[in-house]
Design a protein around this ligand. Structure first.
Ligand code: PEP
Ligand code: MN
Length: 298
């Protein structure tokens, strides 16, 4: 793709073809051609893409009412602006916990009613978009579904903003084209989320590699806010603060973080216990995130 003002990027024939497919993105934002100009996306009163960093946090999965309400209250007291939590979980193994489904959505709605915080939750299946959208403030497309085109079209028809996570084996151009599917179906309220690419490490080592160059490139090319998810990169909770800080330094507009209640035995957590952070750590990350979104100079 070619960027004229500020220069920097050369274009291959393949990339020019991708540019052709981004007409709607340009039309959605006058001044799109200017790199780093970001439009704002409002989710239940929370503004993504403005000067303030937005921290979204919560459990990986809604496991129970008590677990979710405890975490939601702690998130609120830590200064988090929006809740996250999976009611439908994309699990590698069919024998792993798959989420509570509709009961999980009910619990998230209760957490919102009590804390006043809007919530984002993943939708896995085009047939469930209407149901999930009837509860959620924002629909998450997970990494594994970034190129599930029927699902993208369905959330594109929904009247709720979309959090579009990057597929862990995809290019920035493919990520943009996935957003284009959503835009093409009529939904212009999109927030991107970088969550790392497949790397050589795994297990207790980092799960993925955080692509900060890709994050910057996305900010050059797309007029939409972008979050960093340090949690699914980290592999272990100790690494989350540095990854969060690196994401903000690279110009992310916010963070998506998985947490557990203080004192939780990680081995009992049904999904992603190893990288979930406790509330004290979350509080320090939120404090650091109080600085304005880092301006990127060309
Ligand atoms: C999640 O955020 O709940 C999740 C499953 O992450 P990802 O799709 O990035 O793996
Ligand atoms: Mn998770």
């Amino acid at each position: 793709m070619t960027i004229d003002s500020g220069g920097a990027t050369s274009a291959s024939a393949g990339e020019r073809a991708a540019t052709e497919r981004l007409r709607i993105a340009r039309a959605a934002q006058p001044g799109y051609e200017r790199p780093f100009r970001t439009r704002t996306v409002d989710v239940g009163g929370v503004r993504f893409g403005g000067d303030e960093v937005v921290v979204v946090a919560g459990p990986c999965a809604v496991e129970s009412r008590a677990q979710t309400l405890t975490i939601a209250r702690a998130c609120r007291s830590a200064g988090v602006r929006m809740l996250r939590g999976g009611a439908y979980k994309p699990r590698t193994s069919p024998y792993s916990f798959q989420g509570l489904g509709r009961a999980g959505l009910e619990i998230l709605a209760e957490a919102r009613a009590e804390t006043g915080l809007p919530f984002v939750t993943e939708v896995l299946d085009p047939r469930l978009v209407e149901l999930v959208a009837s509860y959620a403030d924002m629909l998450q497309i997970g990494s594994r579904n970034m190129q599930n085109f029927p699902l993208l079209a369905e959330v594109g028809r929904a009247r709720k903003p979309v959090l579009l996570k990057r597929g862990f084996g995809t290019t920035v151009e493919e990520w943009l084209c996935s957003a284009e599917h959503i835009l093409h179906a009529g939904n212009t309220e999109i927030v991107f989320c970088e969550r790392g690419l497949r790397s050589f490490d795994g297990g207790p080592r980092p799960r993925t590699a955080l692509d900060l160059a890709g994050l910057r490139r996305l900010r050059e090319l797309a007029p939409f806010p972008v979050l960093v998810d340090p949690s699914h990169v980290a592999g272990s909770f100790e690494r989350v603060p540095e990854l969060a800080a690196a994401g903000l330094d690279a110009g992310a507009h916010g963070l998506l973080i998985e947490v557990i209640a203080d004192g939780t035995d990680r081995d009992t957590v049904l999904c992603d216990g190893p990288h979930a952070i406790e509330i004290g750590v979350l509080r320090r990350i939120v404090e650091r995130a109080a600085a304005p979104v880092r301006e990127i100079r060309v």
